[in-house]
Design a protein around this ligand. Structure first.
Ligand code: ARG
Length: 279
């Protein structure tokens, strides 16, 4: 009886083993002949497939030179400093990048709901964001500036008393403006989704000024004769890092590539390409 039982269970387990092997085999081929699937965030990281895996990068492509829509080639392409870094990391780690453009204040929620594998958007790691996302090491530093009309004489925070100031919704500039409003009397804040809209508000005079990071402000001022920007003096800079869903296994691998880029000159090359060449 004892013997019989073990023969029986052996038979069962061999059957199971065969089923598993066959199951695996068909699983591997299930993609063949089908239309390429839209990559979904979080799905592909561990997928054993001959095809290169795809990671979804969410961004707010209103942030030249970090990420913006380039229409010059006749097609709409999202390009920039962050995109080049993402592609380099992808090459090193063996994944393709799919860039999804959304409003800035939707980026951390996209990570939380696993609609994105990572976010690159000139994003600063703040204590609040660190509660809902993990961050890579910092790969660039920015400073806040005041953007205003040349003839406005608005260059310093204290001059914003009684003025309308536009900032990006969900950005650290919005937080900075709120903090400023506690000290500077009558400062009114307009929060908008896209940096382009913010600059438009300054140009038309619907707001008096905007708070925007230096490299981005420089680009807008260059293209708009009547505008100026002045760096807000501060001991702190705004670090820029890559954000991930909390607990993401990607953080360490990304950090290793960023460090490599900082050591092998690739990061400086990209900084020169996107931030210096146009100056
Ligand atoms: N560094 C700022 C922040 O983290 C602004 C980033 C805005 N980025 C963008 N792609 N619009 O809040």
């Amino acid at each position: 009886m004892k013997n019989k039982k073990s023969v029986f269970s052996l038979a069962i387990s061999s059957l199971l083993a065969v089923a598993m092997i066959t199951g695996c085999g068909t699983g591997n081929q299930s993609g063949a002949g089908q239309a390429p699937q839209q990559p979904q965030a979080g799905q592909d990281a561990a997928q054993p497939s001959g095809d290169k895996k795809t990671l979804v990068m969410a961004t707010s492509a209103d942030y030249q030179p970090y990420e913006y829509h380039d229409l010059s080639s006749g097609k709409d392409e999202i390009v920039g400093f962050d995109i080049d870094i993402a592609k380099y990391i992808g090459q090193e780690l063996g994944f393709e990048v799919q860039v999804n453009d959304m409003n800035f204040d939707g980026l951390v929620p996209a990570l939380q709901s696993k609609r994105a594998d990572f976010v690159m958007a000139g994003m600063t790691p703040t204590p609040e964001r660190l509660q809902n996302a993990d961050f890579s090491v910092i790969y660039y530093e920015a400073r806040n500036t005041i953007v205003s009309k040349k003839d406005s004489n608005l260059t310093k925070p204290e001059q914003l008393a009684g003025k309308k100031v536009a900032v990006q919704l969900g950005s650290i500039q919005e937080t900075a403006a709120k903090e400023l409003a506690e000290k500077v009397e009558g400062l009114q804040i307009t929060s908008l989704n896209r940096i382009g809209e913010i600059v438009e508000e300054v140009k038309t005079g619907r707001v008096d000024a905007a708070i925007i990071e230096d490299q981005v402000a420089a680009g807008f001022v260059k293209n708009n004769e009547g505008l100026q920007y002045t760096v807000i003096e501060s001991p702190e800079t705004n670090g820029t890092a890559i954000a991930f869903p909390k607990g993401s296994p990607l953080v360490e691998d990304f950090n290793n590539v960023i460090k490599k880029m900082q050591e092998n000159g690739e990061m400086d090359k990209l900084i020169n390409k996107w931030f210096r060449e146009s100056e």
